[in-house]
Design a protein around this ligand. Sequence first.
Ligand code: WT7
Length: 656
Amino acid sequence: MSVEEQLHSRHIEALQVEERRFPPPPEFVAQANAKPEVYEEANGDYEAFWAARARELEWSKPFTRVLEWNEPFARWFADGELNISVNCLDRHVRAGRGERVAYYFEGEPGDRRAVTYNELLLEVCRFANALRAQGIKRGDRVAIYLPMIVELPVAMLACTRIGAAHSVIFGGFSPDAIVDRVTDSGCIALITADFGWRRGKTVPLKENCDAAMERMPDVKCCIVVKRTGDPVNMEPGRDVWWHELIEGQPATCEPEPVDAENLLFILYTSGTTAKPKGIKHTTGGYLTGAATTHKYVFDVKDDDVYWCTADIGWVTGHSYIVYGPLCNGTTGVLYEGTPDHPDKDRFWEIVERYKVTILYTAPTAIRTFMKWGTEYPGKHDLSSLRLLGSVGEPINPEAWMWYRDVIGGGRCPIVDTWWQTETGMIMITPLPGVTTTLPGSATQPFPGVFPDVVDEAGQTVPPGGGGYIVIRKPWPAMLRGIWGDDERYKETYWSKFPHMYLAGDGCRRDKDGNYWFMGRIDDVMNVSGHRISTTEVESALVSHPAVAEAAVVGRSDAMTGQAISAFVLLKGAQVGSEPLALELRAHVGVKLGKFTSPKYLTFTSELPKTRSGKIMRRLLRDISEGRTLGDTTTLADSSIVAELQSRAREEAQKEE
Ligand code: WT7
């Protein structure tokens, strides 16, 4: 099926013409960091534009070269040297800004702590010294599996201080997922906590690491933060407490200057196969991209209190909780827990407490808040807010309007920011003091970013048309490849169209040049803004002894964007049952992490396949969503469709 057909069959609603327009309020325009001229500047000489932004950083050795483009491998500012922790900390302290708060930390149980730049620098230095004492050095990789506590940015920055790379693993992942990621990237140390807090319960992080480390002999050292204080197993010679390790470490630590192209981090993301991709990001270009977009898109000023609600385990947290904001000397909120603990007004309580001015969250959260009702935000004073952001998936116009009216009191511009783990930085977004926004559109390319929408033949589609979103020129924060797999990097992103980066999203561009995103065009689902591969869930299902075959699709879901829907064929003469369905769903949770457990599971005696044996996911999606079926002429055995439709109907009834 062509991308045009997919876009039509999947997101008709998004194609409706949106008439509402919201120009930026004049007061906002008057004080905005980004003026319309930045577009002209970037469109003139785009390398000079990025070089000027990069020169705002502190370089221990200034760069003379800007971009070296050996398609598809980019090097930015390559002969320059810098240290990221110096840019994020020392620079501000030296400028007399050390007493500024870097993070207002809010633990889920309600413990609070304001951490200044002085204190953050001190903690980073101590921990960096501790890492060095453990023999960790430039070029090594360190895995981090921590809750959203201050030690997480401290650990990341300590790695950058000594030139080591980090690989942060989201705390929701299971031991198997830890093993895959740590083994693939060859990490030699693992930083975790005893437990984390989630919705009033503890999450056994150390126990998960213990299970993983049984299969990771190369991990010689595991550093454990005491978060809850509940007992955990500590393996002598391997496991050490964070607080013991930093005891007596000097309060200063000589930073290691690194090349601009030194590996900063690896972050795993799902692709179309079962093996996650280790996305590589390097130092100078990434920091330039993250800091510049943060400053312009979020319009951050000295008196702002900025809160990005993402988890640092995903790229949003890397770029817009840690590196962008700290590089800009921002004061931010770091919240450990869920939005509904102890009650459904937790976010709004936090906004009121810290007088948050800029809030950056996800459509799935906004839709959940809509469902919970206006009484929760209504209990709190949200008048400090002046700017709202959205990221992770397309935001439907209803949610956009609700966000604007109920949370933003009708006065705050909304920035709907499109980007990816691979892009490292926001790519398509309004500039809040410049761009007229439309509910549901990410609007315009960021200055110095050159996307296009092309058809199957790689031709630019005319205004109003839909197609593949591609990027035509390299950008500073772009991925530098996939860890250990240059071929996969070329194949995934650079092979469909010559000289264009393929992002994997469908998109329409209207007559004013506004971009409307319409979801993935590959076998990747987006559940609550988490990217999950259909094949990854399928192989988790098939790893259960009862399962012969499985097919997984993303089914539209009013709350989470997509929900995982699995079709399962059992081995031998086994018949499906309610308990087995529960068991299989739990099995996926154990294999990959609870957030990947299928919401729907249908047993079937056969899967719809083409004559060449390919599973027809489009058909399964239609069946799963109860739609009239599209073309089934390529289907090998059409009787299966009726069976599946009636089962899916049964399931839907059960749900009601
Ligand atoms: C995919 C990237 C980048 C941070 C979070 C996710 C979807 C992201 C938007 C948006 C429409 C969006 C795309 C993209 N996406 N932001 N504003 N509008 N879609 O990072 O896990 O790398 O996922 O998320 O499908 O390809 P990620």
